[in-house]
Write a protein that binds this ligand. Structure first.
Ligand code: TRP
Length: 446
């Protein structure tokens, strides 16, 4: 049976919604992508720009997506028609494409994590971390684990919003935080701890001044990726929301918790890397596995530390993958009336096929990651900002629902003004820089 607007599911509890959104945000982006991005882009200087970006651009953009979702009560493709702007449904189409592309490689990387979770028990990667990563990051087994991860994700999404997604995140997120806190305590006892913290936390402003044209778009792309912005996840999740929610407060919680967990990951990863004398950033996409895996192999308690660490990463990846798949599934449900089961397993099958090239070749994976994170997400955000800021009348009214009056009453107008000017300009600059960097990288311009 297809879900219609009248019997559209809603989150059972406020906490459920926040945790689902936090679960979407917290994932491989925080623990896998963030550390190697910061390593490649100049350490503390990157961290600084990234943090500023999350607060000044990320939070307002979360609200942009929330407003569209709660107002329309539809998945991204149908949302625009529902609001009376049918031509904008092509943005929804862009989101579906972006979602398929992200999911295709995300699930491959999550498959590596599953492999390392099991490998911690057997000690498979302890001997030679680098060679081990090379053997598991491409090939038949990689395809199989990619398939396994998609299947796990699909089972949860098929169970629906309340019974599937909400229930899953309510257990996964607290578990993730508890284990990470324990690992931070553990990492603090290692020899490299001080060197790791200071590398992570002291921004070198000279590095920033010299590389700002590449640091800015990289930090922006990382911020959008980690907050799950620019492909309709937050639109979709807000579409299951009632009118009485205070969206501003929720956006603060989501951005705050996501950032906290990224920083916590840094407090684990950098001490560990420095403990074995590895240079952050050198490992690229393999860094978490070769660097951290290698370090875990050398420290006392390898089996249990490895199991906890990679187990937590797997949980984070799962709660994020759920949200991407939910966008794709809700698109089929809302636009074509397909039932949830079929929509879920159909999309999962498609993603499996699309991920095969990334599972066979690491460079393909990096390429798709670069295109989606560097360009498609910022583009999606840019278009949403234009829509909410300049096209849709009175977006601020929707935001004001659920807010208290008084001082908070002015907030929506302020937000709207800020989105249509500052946010729009900054995101436009990011896109131009990114386009320029790509043209240079491909040798089109010198
Ligand atoms: N934010 C997730 C992470 O950090 C990944 C993710 C989930 C995502 N949904 C998204 C990224 C939507 C971009 C767009 O791992």
């Amino acid at each position: 049976m297809a879900e219609t607007s009248a019997d559209r599911e809603q989150w059972a509890t406020r906490l459920g919604f926040i945790l689902a959104a936090v679960g979407s945000a917290v994932g491989l982006g925080n623990i896998w992508r963030f550390p190697f991005q910061i390593g490649q882009e100049g350490g503390g200087a990157f961290l600084l720009v990234y943090l500023l970006f999350v607060v000044l651009i990320g939070i307002p953009v979360i609200l942009v997506e929330f407003v569209i979702g709660r107002r329309s009560k539809q998945s991204p493709v149908k949302a625009f028609s529902e609001l009376g702007y049918g031509n904008w449904r092509y943005i929804g189409g862009l989101f579906v494409l972006t979602g398929l592309m992200i999911m295709s490689f995300y699930s491959v990387a999550a498959g590596w994590v599953l492999r390392y979770t099991g490998g911690s028990v057997t000690g498979a990667y302890f001997e030679n971390p680098e060679a081990y990563f090379a053997t598991i990051s491409e090939g038949t087994m990689t395809i199989a684990l990619h398939g396994l991860f998609i299947a796990l994700t699909a089972v949860i999404v098929a169970a629906g919003v309340k019974r599937g997604i909400e229930l899953a995140v309510k257990t996964m997120i607290p578990a993730l935080v508890v284990v990470m806190v324990a690992l931070i305590g553990y990492a603090a006892t290692l020899d490299g701890a001080m060197a790791g913290y200071s590398w992570f936390l002291s921004p070198d402003l000279d590095v920033l001044a010299e590389n700002w044209m590449s640091i800015l778009p990289a930090a922006a792309g990382q911020a959008f990726f980690t907050l799950s912005l620019g492909m309709g996840v937050m639109i979709t999740y807000a579409s299951y929301l009632g009118e009485d929610r205070n969206l501003v407060e929720d956006s603060g919680w989501i951005a705050g918790l996501d950032t906290l967990i990224a920083v916590m990951a840094g407090f684990i990863i950098f001490p560990v890397l420095f403990a074995i004398g590895a240079t952050p950033g050198d490992g690229g996409p393999g860094e978490l596995f070769i660097g951290v895996g290698g370090a875990i192999a050398e420290i006392p308690g390898s089996h249990i530390v490895g199991l906890l660490f990679f187990g937590v990463v797997a949980i984070g990846a799962l709660s994020s993958a759920i949200s991407i798949l939910e966008v794709l599934v809700s698109y089929l449900i809302d636009s074509y009336g397909v039932d949830r089961q079929r929509a879920t397993y159909g999309m999962a099958g498609l993603i499996f096929l699309l991920g095969v090239p990334s599972a066979m070749d690491l460079d393909t994976l990096g390429l798709i990651d670069g295109i989606t994170g560097g360009f498609m997400l910022p583009l999606g955000v840019f278009l949403l900002v234009i829509f909410v800021g300049w096209v849709f009348p009175r977006s601020d009214d929707e935001l004001s629902k659920g807010l208290k009056s008084g001082a908070e009453g002015r907030l929506p107008q302020l937000w709207l003004w800020y989105v249509r000017t500052v946010v729009l300009v900054v995101v436009a600059i990011v896109l131009v820089f990114e386009a320029y960097n790509q043209l240079v990288a491909f040798g089109v311009i010198g």
